[in-house]
Design a protein around this ligand. Structure first.
Ligand SMILES: [Zn+2]
Ligand SMILES: [Zn+2]
Length: 199
């Protein structure tokens, strides 16, 4: 269902490239997205038919952006600052949505943490190798995890309206352009928010 290869690069490799490094957090977001897309029966969002709501702004969100095609710039990625490892993907049109949550305690590995600490400070070559191996193993197990790590369920959500394109007005103070809904009126003149003194 999910297109795994494109231009000889797996979608995991693409996520790693976009994110800048390979890490367990990225793997969590990747697998959560994959499970959500599978449950939805959807492919990567070419335009805006899919939208995602993420409840954290950590590594995993980068995987979601590359794999689901829901991104900040396209306006189909919504960030709710709740500090939770929860990813919801919805499809416009039929209002289908799937919420994937990491089950508490399933991604924490105390052994990995001590290896990481060792590898960080006065690491020997062997410490670094051990850490690298443990990390690869952990990433692999996350990428293959199912319901033991992730809770996947269909939900009904209120879909945010599609991204709109607004007119750009000119701020009468700084002269820069400002998207119409963000423009303010001050003494009868159009100003941007910083010039209007709302900061
Ligand atoms: Zn990361
Ligand atoms: Zn201004």
């Amino acid at each position: 269902m999910v297109n795994k290869t494109c231009a000889n690069k797996t979608s995991w490799e693409k996520a790693v490239e976009f994110h800048g490094h390979e890490c367990p957090g990225l793997a969590i977001g990747y697998r959560a997205t994959e499970l959500a897309l599978e449950a939805l029966g959807s492919e990567r969002s070419i335009d805006e038919e899919l939208l995602a709501i993420v409840e954290n702004n950590a590594c995993g969100v980068d995987a979601l952006q590359t794999l689901a095609g829901c991104s900040f710039g396209k306006g189909n990625l919504y960030y709710r600052d709740l500090g939770k490892s929860v990813y919801t993907i919805a499809r416009r049109g039929d209002n289908n949505a799937v919420r994937v949550a990491v089950k508490y305690g399933t991604t924490f590995d105390p052994n990995f943490k001590s290896l990481k600490e060792k590898a960080a400070s006065t690491a020997t070559e062997q410490d670094r190798t051990l850490y690298h191996e443990a990390q690869q193993k952990r990433i692999k197990s996350i990428l293959n995890a199912g319901t033991e790590m992730f809770e996947v369920r269909r939900v009904i959500i209120e879909l945010p309206p599609p991204a709109s394109i607004y007119q750009t007005l000119q701020c009468s103070r700084c002269g820069e352009g400002v998207m119409e809904p963000r423009a303010r009126l001050k003494d009868g003149r159009v100003v941007c928010i910083p010039c209007g003194g709302e900061f």
